[in-house]
Design a binder for this molecule. Structure first.
Ligand code: S3P
Length: 230
């Protein structure tokens, strides 16, 4: 027997589209009655939020690379997602001396800043709980800092070229060594061998966003046994 209600075109006016069949919405979990074999304990376990995997760092991780490589943003992002601590070395220096980096450059010059940077790097590396440390782009220019990067932790180079870096940096006034694109390109090229010397591993960041880079970094650190599940 045909169900009159389901006959196509029934009650339809010329030019009117046939009525679409109404589908029943599947019952949502909260609408469904608890089934006989679903114990209260099971149900309350299902309602609990999934426990976030926590990590610890076996040693300090240093992120290096040219200005605009995304070191601080990636360190913060990874730290948040893994429950470890991140520290920006430039901010650490600014707090220690009570001046902005550009002011240190203006008052004392680059050489003094590099000494402060090398000293801060060793201090941070010696802290009891290892951290994700984003370093200033020029940290590799002193032998003392390159040695510390190689010996005191796991150092990852975030590779970027000057052109892409320029497009990522919104405020160039805070970076005394990134003034015009031509000189930034030359600086980036001259530092390339120094970055390669100091790094244990590298990630090419070209065309990648912060989520993609931090995921790559996380996989790398887990594989290296530096980022450990707890
Ligand atoms: C510098 C990079 C800056 C900062 C300072 C010098 C450099 O840090 O340390 O302006 O010599 O490349 P970011 O790489 O975080 O911009």
């Amino acid at each position: 027997m045909t169900d009159p209600g389901h006959q196509s075109g029934q009650g339809q006016q010329p030019g009117q589209r046939p009525k679409a069949k109404r589908r029943r919405r599947p019952k949502r979990r909260q609408d469904r009655p608890a089934s006989a074999n679903q114990s209260g304990q099971n149900r309350s376990r299902q309602n609990q939020p999934k426990k976030k995997q926590e990590y610890r760092l076996a040693r300090p991780v240093f992120l290096i690379g040219f200005m605009g490589a995304g070191k601080s943003t990636v360190a913060r992002r990874l730290a948040r997602s893994c429950g470890v601590s991140a520290l920006d070395l430039d901010t650490y220096i600014e707090r220690a001396c009570g001046k902005k980096i550009r002011q240190v450059f203006a008052d004392e010059g680059e050489a003094v800043f590099r000494q402060m940077e090398a000293h801060a790097l060793r201090e941070v590396a010696a802290m009891e709980a290892p951290m994700l440390v984003s370093c200033g782009g020029g940290i590799v220019t002193t032998e003392a800092s390159r040695q510390a990067l190689k010996e005191l932790g796991f150092t990852v180079l975030l590779e970027v070229d000057a052109d892409e870096a320029a497009s990522r940096i919104s405020d160039k006034s805070s970076r005394p060594l990134f003034q015009d694109l031509e000189s930034a390109r030359a600086l980036c090229t001259s530092r390339a061998p120094l970055y390669a010397e100091a790094a244990h591993a590298s990630i090419n960041t070209r065309g990648k966003d912060v989520y993609c880079i931090s995921r790559e970094l996380r996989n790398m650190l887990e594989k290296e046994g530096v980022l450990c599940r707890i």
